[in-house]
Design a protein around this ligand. Sequence first.
Ligand SMILES: [Zn+2]
Length: 373
Amino acid sequence: MKYCKKCLMPDTRPGIRFVDGVCVACIHYEKQHTTNWEKRRQELEKLCEKYRGKYGNGYDCAIAVSGGKDSHFQVYYVKEVMKMNPVLLAVGNIDWTETGRKNLANLSDTFNCDIISMIPNHHVTRILAKKALVEIGGPTWYADALIYAYPYRMTMKLGLKLLFYGEDVNYTYGGKYDEETPSALLQFKNDVVKPLWDKWLMDGDLTEKDLESTRQPTLEECRKAGLEPVYMSYFVPWDSYHNYEVAKRWGFRQLIHEYVREGTIEQYNQVDSIGYLINNWLKYPKFAHASATEMACRWIRAGMKTRDEMIPMVKQCDKHLDQGIVDAFLAFTGMRPHNFWSIVDKWYNPQFFRQDRDGVWHEKFEVGIGMKE
Ligand SMILES: [Zn+2]
């Protein structure tokens, strides 16, 4: 196990690559300093010009939103800076936080936009949460699939062409594709949502109809419809803390006034649902890092904190799965705590952890350094 020299990303992260000891996420972040943003902005202006007012008083474009800080930044940029008339497409949560609800409503209130919000099928969510925890250690597969499928489908149904997503996760944090591109046409293939439809249908608990809304349109369908899905992070410098600061100016609220999460170093990222965060935490048993590592790396890259400052915070936070997340998951799936933890045990990688005789897991690695045993 190796850590990036600059940030605290370990090479255990799926898809990450290192060049001379530095992770591609750091390399791609650095590239922002030499990017010609004026040129990119002109590209965005050209794109917007194509659709601004094209449908009379109708929507010019769609934005995929959650209500979070990045959504606020995107809507601010598209509506206030680019002067477009967007419709906002949201995939809702099963367990909204009050903060999340207010934030989503605020997008409409503060930016004067319509929101079309899709409520995921509770029956399917319940079945898939359990199945996906057992089978892939990723209980939010259903929600993730919807987030990648629904805005594409809805944009086409509305007869629109231009669809904005936030950041290109694959490029920014290292993944299958190394090329920076404005187009989000290949987003489906970025491995965030594994193609597991056949697996979910195997035991007959779910039908093709249950899963239809998670099916992403094919490349051919998108092209035929003339769809132009793009990443905002290609056109404007993308920094999550900066987005948060901008979002605050437009009424975005962080979670801390409602709930204090364990296991994260901030209370402003992914605050609209508690249960959804279970996926993020499961990276810890699997890959020896979770959301504290991810946020620490962003802060280090942005020069807000040093690597040394963040090591103790990551060490302290990543291992803790928030009790509220567990409660939400158990209440929703009807699982018992011991049953839940026994399933989680299966996702601990014995290469990075050892389990004592009472079932407690201990790290075999030292954050920022590597294996100690
Ligand atoms: Zn790095």
